[in-house]
Design a protein around this ligand. Structure first.
Ligand SMILES: [Fe+2]
Ligand SMILES: [Fe+2]
Length: 244
């Protein structure tokens, strides 16, 4: 089965539309979303409605989704992020809010494990180091483990010597999950932070057990213009141009 794997949409509907159109062109019909559907962006309702309408989608809750649902405080959010949670609260209807509030924190299927931050701390850990990969090892079983939260396309796995190794994934990078235990972060659809402003996403083939990273161009200006019209913090709009 081919899965479209993506994360951190963050209310950027222009980016999400481009990624879903890319998956359509590739014939991908099953999806994995690593959380943070809302927060930061101008169209959280459109994003939630688009994703909640996809039957073949498995999704988990991110920290921004949890904050919206009142399951996590915004104490550690920066002021723009906290502002965006209040903005989002004003835009989501009951049904969309129920969908976000009902997202699980961790999912395990026969094909993969899915979590937003890390298996140890599903909502809050930014998994960026080999030490964190090792510290989480006993908390998950089915490989690959897909995660998000850092907005960085990264993988972690056991190297040939048994020591953990990690690297960033460039477009078209292919990571095998055929042996060993692999964690894969597909990067962010709606607010990339690796210096590439295009939406990041991936395709996982569960038969060949390989993951491929892709970058998809979208109409960044359309998102920014809408954010300006909605009087959203300028920094949230500006950073989209740079992928930071
Ligand atoms: Fe995020
Ligand atoms: Fe997050």
């Amino acid at each position: 089965m081919k899965y479209g794997v993506f994360s951190d949409v963050h209310g950027n509907y222009e980016a999400l539309k481009a990624v879903l159109a890319f998956y359509r062109r590739k014939g991908v019909k099953d999806f994995i979303c690593c959380g943070d559907i809302v927060g930061y962006g101008p169209q959280p309702l459109e994003c939630v409605e688009a994703l909640s309408g996809i039957k073949e989608l498995v999704a988990v809750m991110g920290n921004h989704d949890a904050a919206l649902a009142g399951k996590l405080g915004v104490k550690w959010f920066n002021p723009d992020a906290a502002w965006a949670i209040e903005f989002t609260r004003g835009r989501l209807t009951g049904q969309a809010m129920d969908y976000v509030a009902g997202l699980p924190e961790i999912v395990e299927t026969d094909d993969f494990t899915l979590v937003h931050g890390s298996p140890c701390k599903p909502l809050t850990e930014y998994l960026l180091s080999e030490n964190q990969y090792t510290a989480n090892a006993k908390k998950w079983t089915v490989s690959p483990c897909f995660l998000g939260h850092t907005h960085m396309p990264l993988y972690f796995r056991e190297g040939p010597s048994g020591a953990p190794e990690t690297d960033f994934m460039k477009p078209l990078a292919r990571i095998s999950a055929a042996s060993g235990r692999v964690m894969i972060n597909p990067g962010s659809v709606g607010q990339p932070r690796d210096g590439d402003s295009r939406a990041a996403c991936g395709i996982y083939d569960s038969e060949s057990r390989s993951f491929e990273l892709h970058r998809v161009s979208y109409d960044i200006e359309a998102t920014q213009k809408l954010m300006t019209r909605l009087n959203m913090p300028a920094e949230l709009a500006n950073r989209l141009s740079f992928g930071f």
